[in-house]
Design a protein around this ligand. Structure first.
Ligand SMILES: Cc1cc2nc3c(=O)[nH]c(=O)nc-3n(C[C@H](O)[C@H](O)[C@H](O)COP(=O)(O)OP(=O)(O)OC[C@H]3O[C@@H](n4cnc5c(N)ncnc54)[C@H](O)[C@@H]3O)c2cc1C
Length: 396
């Protein structure tokens, strides 16, 4: 699928735009039809769904696409296949190993989970879109105008896919530690492993879990705390040390664990900005993709004249809110587990180790944001009109 200037980081031969860093940054004051702020999972999924619509789509991010990894990059494998992103796949796991101080259980999953390479995935996903890309830091919004460090951009359709801070929401940005946020930090030492492992152990973190996800020649070892006041650097270092791994290449962030309104004041929110990360597991990639696709489909109907912007705002908000039940359930379990006496937790984990139950539970878990939603490669309707000539942008 063709696209507009998205992959400079993996295609060094493509001419660089003279607007990158420092004094070389040129002003960016303009308008467009769809402005997608954030070029990670959610933002690129929105853009993908607009490809071929003929809409003038501008994607912004403070970094180049794929430059800054935002997670351990674990996802149900079927999502990589559903979106044609297999090129990014690094390692696949059929089992989940959970350690507690009193037991270790090994659940055979009804579907597999894989780690992937962030840069490759973002590049491949961007390649399915058709948009202009600019690096700019988004500072805020006045109505339909977004303020950036390079200028102001006005658009009738604006998407905030900027992550947990919800930069384009009304009022102040969301601030830790009072908001419903978890915190996560991991290291990426070179090494290898065969198992996807989780630690539920108060010796590591009072409320939360530790993980080790092998990804080819690297391990992603980290700790997430459901309590945003609990710092996770020392726990992460201790877990890495216990596993004999170096504490190098840190990556961490806040992680929302409650749904937020998916639209507000005429803006669409997708991914972490809408609290689309699942509580309990902190799995937010497939949900960012899933809600990003849903958002993109609503926007596409607007730019193709099949529905009004207000209608799109209403349907997307309702679609997101229709997932409130599983999110609420998972938040309840997230709050319950740290309260269980460790021996009781170990007993419960052993008790549910029945294949029929595992299949049922993980089947429901996958269904919250099922890969079937992505569909196979979609037939693209003919473009409404070509924008490349009008905007003077070359297609890569
Ligand atoms: C340590 C850790 C490990 C994790 N591991 C996993 C995992 O293995 N699997 C999983 O499913 N989930 C995982 N998550 C959660 C997952 O990372 C998020 O839920 C997911 O990245 C959300 O995607 P998103 O596109 O909404 O936001 P993000 O991936 O956070 O992307 C936001 C984008 O916006 C850009 N941006 C932000 N602010 C600005 C600004 N002001 N101006 C311009 N650009 C801006 C950023 O550069 C970024 O590209 C993990 C989280 C953490 C912290």
């Amino acid at each position: 699928m063709a696209r507009r200037r998205a992959l400079r980081i993996i295609e060094p031969d493509v001419p660089q735009r003279a607007t990158k860093r420092g004094a070389a940054r040129t002003p960016l004051n303009r308008d467009c039809e769809v402005l997608i702020c954030g070029a990670s999972f959610a933002g690129l999924a929105v853009a993908r769904e607009l490809a071929g619509s003929g809409a003038e789509v501008l994607v912004l991010d403070r970094y180049e696409i794929g430059e800054r990894q935002t997670s351990a990059c674990g996802i149900p494998t079927a999502w990589l296949h559903a979106l044609g992103l297999e090129a990014a796949l690094q390692q696949t796991f059929g089992e989940l190993v959970i350690h507690t101080p009193h037991t270790t259980v090994r659940y055979r999953l009804p579907w597999t989970f894989s780690t992937f390479d962030y840069r490759t995935l973002c590049a491949a996903l961007a390649d399915q879109g058709e948009f202009e890309f600019e690096t700019a830091k988004v500072d805020g919004r006045d109505g339909q105008t977004v303020r950036t460090d390079r200028g102001e951009i006005t658009a009738p359709l604006i998407v905030d896919a900027l992550g947990w801070r919800r930069v384009l929401g009304i009022g102040d940005n969301i601030q830790p530690p009072d908001a419903l946020l978890s915190r996560g930090l991991e290291v990426h030492p070179f090494g290898s492993g065969e198992e996807m492992e989780i630690w539920i152990d108060r010796g590591i973190v009072p409320a939360g879990y530790g993980w080790s996800f092998p990804a080819g020649r690297e391990l992603r070892i980290g700790v997430g705390s459901f309590d945003p006041r609990y710092h996770v650097k020392q726990p992460t270092n201790r877990l890495a040390a216990a596993l004999g791994a170096d504490t190098v290449r840190y990556q961490g962030n806040w992680i929302p664990h409650a749904l937020r309104p998916a639209t507000e004041d005429g803006v669409f929110f997708a991914g972490d900005s809408a609290g689309h990360c699942l509580p309990l597991t902190a799995e937010g990639i497939r949900t960012a993709l899933y809600f990003g696709l849903a958002c993109g489909r609503e926007l596409r109907a607007v730019v193709e004249g099949r529905q009004s912007r207000d209608r799109a705002l209403a349907s997307y908000a309702a679609f997101s809110a229709s997932h409130a039940r599983p999110f609420a359930w998972m938040l309840r379990v997230q709050r319950l587990i740290p309260r269980l006496p460790p021996r009781l937790l170990a007993g419960a984990l052993r008790a549910i180790d029945r294949q029929r139950f595992i299949d049922w539970a993980f089947g429901h878990y996958l269904a919250v944001a099922h890969p079937d939603f992505a569909g196979a490669r979609r037939a693209r309707p003919p473009a409404r009109r070509s924008r490349a000539a009008a905007t003077g942008t070359a297609r890569a």
